[in-house]
Design a protein around this ligand. Structure first.
Ligand SMILES: Cc1cc2nc3c(=O)[nH]c(=O)nc-3n(C[C@H](O)[C@H](O)[C@H](O)COP(=O)(O)OP(=O)(O)OC[C@H]3O[C@@H](n4cnc5c(N)ncnc54)[C@H](O)[C@@H]3O)c2cc1C
Length: 245
């Protein structure tokens, strides 16, 4: 007999299977991946994990630890897991949202529900992004970037180390291959080295300004303007200048 989490996962999978879907798209939390495996197994269909882009019958996914992107052609039916942990589902003419009652884990009693701070930030429509990399130095220093973003009327973003690894910014602020793709008019990269996985998320930015102490770091070759110097010093001086304008 199954209990707790496993029972929930198999119930979700059973429900999906009962719909006989042509395409099943699931997120990439641990629970999602288990459900995806169960659905693919029960339907006897292939599974493509960690997809970053989906169009028609083609899917792109990161391979070789992020060194390459594979483009795969598939036929239906198929199960796909998408690389973002939290997938936002929006209802439209082709898609309706169905709520399913699942058995509760009797050992867990919910006393209070608190929603994650920040929610899911959509950076794709931001016009000005001030983006923070490991070069900012510490979580405490994020406030300098935040003040600059506020003075410019922009939004804060970050590299993967700063968001997913060090937790200096929420994960939904991550920009890049496995984060959000952005297309702002102005992208200010503060202490970001500009590895291919980060550049993949900013290729549609109109103007890129890089602030870095190392003139040989890759972002310099990809920026329209470069300031070689200390990122905190830049933030303080530039914020003041913008405020006085
Ligand atoms: C499968 C996979 C997916 C990935 N997806 C993403 C993704 O979506 N987004 C992403 O960003 N990364 C992603 N990465 C990670 C990526 O490879 C890099 O490790 C990451 O982008 C580096 O982040 P960073 O530039 O903040 O840090 P670093 O590479 O450590 O760069 C820090 C920079 O700060 C500069 N610096 C240091 N101190 C100062 C200072 N005081 N003043 C000015 N400059 C300073 C340094 O010169 C350096 O250039 C992924 C990796 C893999 C394997």
């Amino acid at each position: 007999m199954l209990s707790g989490k496993r029972l929930q996962r198999s119930k979700i999978a059973e429900y999906i299977v009962s719909l006989k879907p042509e395409m099943t798209i699931i997120g990439s939390t641990k629970r999602d991946k288990t459900v995806a495996g169960l659905v693919a197994g029960a339907l006897r269909v292939p599974i493509i994990p960690e997809v970053i882009e989906l169009y028609g019958n083609k899917a792109k996914r990161i391979v070789y630890s992020g060194m390459a992107i594979a483009e795969l052609e598939f036929t239906l039916p198929i199960v796909i897991t998408v690389s973002k942990k939290n997938v936002e589902v929006k209802a439209n003419n082709n898609c309706k949202i169905i709520k399913v009652d699942l058995p509760r884990n009797k050992k867990v009693r919910i006393l209070e529900e608190k929603h994650k701070e920040g929610g899911n930030i959509d950076l794709s429509s931001a016009q000005i992004i001030v983006s923070v990399g490991r070069g900012i130095g510490s979580k405490e220093n994020i406030k300098y970037a935040e003040e600059l973003a506020k003075a410019l009327g922009g939004t804060l973003g970050g590299s993967r180390p700063v968001t997913a690894e060090l937790g200096w910014l929420p994960e939904d602020r991550q920009i890049g291959l496995s984060g959000q793709k952005v297309k702002p008019k102005l992208y200010i990269a503060l202490g970001i080295s500009g590895q291919p996985q980060h550049l993949a998320g900013i290729k549609d930015a109109k103007v890129i300004v890089a602030v870095n102490k190392d003139k040989n770091t890759p972002i310099v070759d990809n920026a329209d303007y470069t300031i070689i110097g200390d990122v905190l010093e830049f933030c303080k001086i530039f914020t003041e200048k913008v405020r006085n304008k």
